[in-house]
Design a binder for this molecule. Structure first.
Ligand code: C2E
Ligand code: CA
Ligand code: CA
Ligand code: CA
Length: 278
């Protein structure tokens, strides 16, 4: 397909070269962002559905690009994974989340849990489990103040490396959540073998619940199953009062979504918590 009729190497090749150099530029910008501290953690409240109080938060990364402004994770996480930068971003977010949970726990005078996302790639890399244990110990975590969200793709690979790493997180007092539950290859057998703390129902089901009976049955069934296995359920992407009510009626434990609050910067989140305190 390289030799275009008569014209030789024209448009196609030029575009290839352009996109390759654009890619190099993007890679360099991403590395630069990490060095220059351009990443920012936003926090989205997670409420207890029976009290409607904010009881946890999920930390979500944003990139404050000096020219492009606020860049959302979907625009750079993929590239960061491809070039092996995701672990450093996730580690940085982990540190932010720890600081933040310590700060919020002091503010409300009770342990406050922050969830962080961990790329599936982090579980298959070659970093020895021993190093992970030392790394985790350095944070002096209070039990239950950090939750690590993993996707079902991590569980697909139920190799001993993955199991060891998950077990090490738990040993450090970290809770585990399965993110986007229902969208991947739900590893029922894994759930049976390895005890996590939370299932997060993916927002595609939550948002269809009111209009689509199957989605509602699906969500309700996940909740019943999770409870029978001793797990708590967090619903994602709750945008309407109707969705909240359906989830509440189905016995869902926690919810997160624009209906309660969008992800916000640290200062704003502190203000949200202060409202609860007083
Ligand atoms: P996720 O872990 O499933 O995070 C939930 C996403 O849903 C967030 O998007 C959040 O802003 C959005 N969301 C929350 N409530 C609502 C709602 O009511 N309606 C709608 N439409 N959306 C809602 P965000 O922040 O853009 O993050 C997208 C994805 O990027 C995350 O999905 C996660 O997979 C990934 N991500 C974000 N931060 C990190 C990170 O620090 N590390 C890693 N590895 N991945 C991250
Ligand atoms: Ca998540
Ligand atoms: Ca999710
Ligand atoms: Ca997602």
């Amino acid at each position: 397909a390289k030799k275009a009729g008569g014209g030789g190497f024209c448009f196609f090749d030029t575009r290839m070269r352009d996109s390759a150099s654009t890619r190099l530029k993007e890679i360099e910008m991403l590395r630069h962002a990490l060095r220059e501290n351009q990443f920012v953690a936003y926090y989205q409240p997670i409420v207890n559905l029976s009290t409607e109080q904010i009881v946890k938060a999920e930390a979500l990364v944003r990139w404050h690009h000096p020219q492009r402004g606020l860049v959302m994770p979907d625009e750079f996480i993929g590239l960061a994974e491809e070039i092996g930068l995701i672990s450093e971003i996730d580690d940085w977010m982990f540190g932010e989340a720890v600081l933040c949970s310590k700060k919020f726990s002091a503010l409300i005078d009770a342990p406050f849990q922050i969830s962080v996302n961990k790329s599936a790639l982090d579980f298959t890399n070659k970093v020895p489990t021993k190093n992970l244990a030392i790394y985790l110990a350095s944070f002096k975590l209070d039990k239950g103040t950090i939750c690590v969200e993993i996707t079902e793709s991590v569980l697909l690979n139920d190799s001993s490396i993955v199991i060891d790493k998950l077990a090490e997180l738990q040993k450090a007092g970290i809770q585990l959540a399965i993110d986007d539950f229902g969208t991947g290859y739900a590893s029922m057998s894994f759930l049976n073998k390895f005890k996590v703390d939370y299932l997060k129902i993916d927002r595609s089901f939550v948002q269809d619940m009111a209009a689509n009976k199957d989605s509602r049955i699906f969500a309700e069934t996940i909740i019943v199953m999770a409870h029978k296995l001793g797990l708590k359920v967090i619903a994602e992407g709750v945008e309407t009062v109707g969705q909240r009510d359906l989830l509440k009626a189905a016995g869902c434990d926690y919810a997160q979504g624009y209906f309660f609050s969008r992800p916000v910067p640290l200062e704003n989140f502190e203000r949200l918590l202060q409202i609860i305190k007083t």
